[in-house]
Design a protein around this ligand. Structure first.
Ligand SMILES: Cc1cc2nc3c(=O)[nH]c(=O)nc-3n(C[C@H](O)[C@H](O)[C@H](O)COP(=O)(O)O)c2cc1C
Length: 178
């Protein structure tokens, strides 16, 4: 019988258990700067607790993009240094770690709060390029992969929701394979 604490495969990863620690915000200040020792300690405690995989707190890429004051973003100058330490901690306990990217709102360069229907194809290309940029940045900081947040009614959740997305191009319509 399968057990929660069995080793298992998840894609390319070998996990020590089936427990996945989901994204949960870690910040306790509005300065947006370097992370504090308590956050490193928390990641260390999680990594040695027997989890199979860790997902980081959610990061925005655009410093203006925040839905609460403590929102973490990956555009401060210590990001790589800080998260290299966090990912090293996870890897020390042989736990893979994913960086979570979220777009709370989306600034397409014309509208700071563009809705899915507003985005031009250039706007979509900009968004795609930003996802690639974030993935690169996570990779430089030692993360093993990226989790793209498409929940919580944030921008990409609205993008895949037919209530908000009534586009008639290839970025709208039914996602079911007919
Ligand atoms: C304090 C707090 C921080 C959270 N931070 C994140 C996050 O960074 N990324 C994420 O995907 N979800 C985050 N969530 C949402 C949770 O992962 C989860 O989806 C939500 O709490 C609903 O699940 P529950 O009913 O089991 O609590 C957070 C939730 C709470 C309460």
């Amino acid at each position: 019988m399968k057990d929660l604490f069995d080793e298992c495969k998840f894609g390319d990863f070998n996990l020590k258990s089936r427990v996945i620690r989901t994204g949960g915000w870690e910040r306790d200040s509005e300065d947006g700067g370097f992370i504090k020792p308590a956050v490193f300690e928390r990641y260390e405690n999680i990594a040695k607790s027997g989890v199979g995989l860790i997902v980081s707190e959610m990061f925005a890429l655009d410093p203006k993009d925040r839905f609460y004051p403590y929102c973490a973003n990956m555009n401060y100058k210590g990001f790589i240094k800080d998260y290299k330490q966090v990912t090293n901690l996870a890897h020390h306990f042989e736990v893979p770690i994913l960086g979570q990217l979220a777009f709370f709102f989306y600034d397409d360069g014309v509208n700071q709060k563009a809705e899915p229907n507003d985005l031009t194809i250039e706007g979509i290309r900009k968004l795609q390029a930003e996802v690639v940029m974030a993935a690169k940045k996570f990779s430089f900081a030692g993360f093993d992969g990226i989790q793209i947040n498409m929940a919580h009614n944030f921008y990409l959740a609205r993008f895949i929701n037919p209530y908000f997305n009534q586009r008639t191009d290839e970025y709208g319509g039914n996602t079911e394979i007919g």
